[in-house]
Write a protein that binds this ligand. Structure first.
Ligand code: HEC
Length: 145
């Protein structure tokens, strides 16, 4: 009986410490100190118009239940790495944005990592979003799982 108790305690400790491990996983953060140049923002805007606007709309508001918003999107703000992954490699898994479920297809953008930096810095800083900026190294680090 005592031994069994000990085993339970041991298992509890293991599961606690593995939880702690995943919690401490570093989340991709934007840099809020960088000032983006007007030129880079314009380049990002033109990539957005060519590659994203059809679905996410000029206003960044998307189309409810089909194409999620980027403007004021809690998903974009809180899941930056996953957002980059989705635009880089495409996505059709169910996600929730501002409390609404989306499960349509976003094809891989086909953009280079440099173009992804420009378009992300545009969407992170448009329509009232003030989500900071990302670097080329951060986009390059997002690799196919
Ligand atoms: C064909 C329509 C389509 C195009 C074009 C498109 N998207 Fe999406 N996007 C979607 C859909 C649909 C989802 C949700 C995907 C899912 O459910 O897995 C999404 C999700 C996202 C998300 C994460 C969710 C959110 O709203 O914050 C981001 C960020 C995003 N797209 C950015 C972009 C960017 C940047 C481009 C242009 C390079 C782009 N998308 C082009 C349809 C599109």
């Amino acid at each position: 009986m005592k031994l069994i108790n000990l085993i339970f305690v041991f298992l509890a400790i293991i599961s606690l410490s593995s939880c702690g491990g995943s919690d401490s996983k570093k989340k991709l953060k934007t840099d809020t100190a960088v000032t983006l140049s007007a030129e880079d923002l314009e380049k990002g805007a033109s990539l957005y118009r060519a590659k994203c606007m059809n679905c996410h709309m000029k206003s960044g508001k998307g189309i409810e239940k089909f194409y999620p918003p980027l403007a004021d999107s809690d998903y974009l703000r809180e899941n930056l790495e996953e957002s980059i992954y989705m635009v880089k490699f495409g996505s059709n898994k169910p996600i929730k944005v501002n409390g609404i479920k989306y499960n349509s297809l976003m094809p891989a953008s086909g953009l280079t990592d440099k173009e992804l930096v420009l378009v992300f810095n545009y969407i992170l800083n448009s329509w009232g979003n003030d989500y900071g900026s990302i670097s080329l190294e951060q986009v390059e680090a997002v690799k196919r799982k």
